[in-house]
Write a protein that binds this ligand. Structure first.
Ligand code: ADP
Ligand code: ZN
Length: 214
């Protein structure tokens, strides 16, 4: 099963991908996480990508396509995988179809996370992220971060992601409308798109998701 999670930033794709990964044997392939890992490692690719990410712009297609192409050839991707945050442009979607074709595979389903813009801003601006384990928190909705949470790892470090600052959020939403919304059209044309209401509570969204992919 090859799944693509598509939707605006803050629509909960990553949260839902993590939940589904624990139930199925499909790893979560998040280009955002891969890029942040490259940044923490001080890798050249990461430092180049950071310039785009800090402004809320997209990293060049060739970079993320390369990352994904390598990753989907790993043995843990044989049964399936969940693409979270990729493809984010039509050229990325076309490249993905090409890479999968070479492997005699295809995207089975695209889940579109539908959500209102105003709510996205609230979700993103209150979001806090652990740079070590990736766990997410929220200043209004919780889970809240204090010493009890994230304690499994003494090195845990909860911050506000630089692209979750208000000035940058607006640009990310604009970039989404300009470059990523057309990807939904791309998959609609080939009948691969199914929508879920991403504004519901995480458990409710997860139920809708499981109804789609069973
Ligand atoms: P969110 O979904 O909350 O916006 P991500 O972690 O998926 O966060 O992405 C963070 C940033 O990483 C994006 O704003 C972009 O700069 C970069 N990025 C992630 N995935 C891609 C991609 N497929 N193409 C281009 N840039 C990407
Ligand atoms: Zn942590």
């Amino acid at each position: 099963m090859i799944l693509v999670f598509l939707g605006p930033p803050g629509s909960g794709k990553g949260t839902q991908a993590k939940k589904l990964t624990t139930e199925k044997n499909w790893p979560q392939l998040s280009t955002g996480d891969m890029l942040r890992t490259a940044i923490s490692a001080g890798a050249h690719l990461g430092l180049e990508a950071k310039k785009f990410m800090d402004l809320g712009n997209l990293v060049p297609d060739s970079v993320v396509i390369g990352l994904i192409e390598d990753r989907i050839r790993s043995p843990d991707c044989i049964e399936g995988f969940i693409l979270d945050g990729f493809p984010r442009t039509v050229p990325q979607a076309e490249a993905l179809d090409g890479v999968l074709l070479k492997l005699s595979r295809k995207v089975d389903q695209v889940v579109f996370f539908e959500m209102d813009e105003k709510e996205l801003v609230t979700r993103l601006s209150g979001r806090r992220t652990c740079t070590v384990c990736g766990k997410m928190f929220h200043v209004t909705f919780g889970p809240f971060h204090n010493q009890e949470v994230c304690e499994q790892n003494p090195l845990c470090n909860v911050i506000q992601r630089s692209d979750d600052l208000p000035e940058v959020i607006q640009n990310r939403l604009e970039v989404y409308h300009r470059s990523t919304a057309p990807v939904a059209e791309f998959y609609k044309k080939t009948n691969r798109l199914k929508s879920i209401n991403a504004a519901e509570k995480p458990e409710v969204v997860f139920q809708s998701l499981k109804n789609l992919v069973k």
